[in-house]
Design a protein around this ligand. Structure first.
Ligand code: FE2
Length: 196
């Protein structure tokens, strides 16, 4: 196990969650749909909790959670860009356009978040002892939530776009209705969507 690279992953993961908090806060001012608003309020709270969990892991591992790294700067820069994009969309005056930009911004941010936690799960399964137990406990609490964050955001992006295009759309998206929380379920959902 490359511990330096694990430290890097933890620092990037903290920064991703902090970016997620900023992104959800801004995205909420773009959300028109009531179900979307309620979901993002919930996920904002979960992102705050995930950041705390990661900081606790750093404390247990003796890792400086605030260490500046090259990767961390990139994660932070992307979050700031996504927030700025939503502010630009909001100021352009089209509320439906701003809502789509927000859903796409959340999807982009949650992809990285999802990847981080997938890797944390893989590391946990290959480690042994107390450190493995700490990572496993965190992963078990967060895994399903992160799956929902990503797959649901992708669903909202697709359906809000479809609705704006005037082609058949399902709102709230099937991922939301069916509480999709895995890649397999997300793929299976596509055939069900046609029926909806
Ligand atoms: Fe997330």
């Amino acid at each position: 196990m490359n511990r330096d690279q694990l430290d890097e992953l933890l620092c990037e993961a903290i920064e991703t969650e902090r970016g997620g908090v900023m992104i959800y806060e801004t995205a909420l001012s773009c959300a028109q749909n009531g179900d979307l608003r309620r979901e993002w309020e919930k996920y904002l709270g979960e992102s705050r909790r995930h950041e705390q969990i990661l900081r606790d892991i750093c404390t247990e591992f003796g890792v400086n959670a605030e260490r500046e790294t090259g990767g961390r700067k990139i994660v932070k820069g992307l979050a700031e860009t996504l927030v700025k994009n939503m502010q630009i969309a909001l100021s352009s005056g089209s509320v439906s356009q701003a809502e789509i930009v927000a859903a796409e911004s959340v999807t982009t941010a949650e992809l990285k978040d999802h990847l981080n936690w997938e890797l944390i799960g893989q590391v946990a399964s290959k480690m042994e002892g107390q450190d493995a137990a700490i990572l496993k406990k965190a992963y078990e609490e967060v895994e399903d939530q992160e799956d929902r964050h990503f797959y649901h955001a992708r669903g909202w992006s697709r359906e809000l776009w479809a609705s704006s295009l005037g082609v058949p759309s399902v709102l709230p998206p099937p991922e939301y209705k069916m509480n999709v929380k895995s890649g397999m379920a997300a793929e299976a959902m596509h055939s069900t969507r046609k029926l909806m």
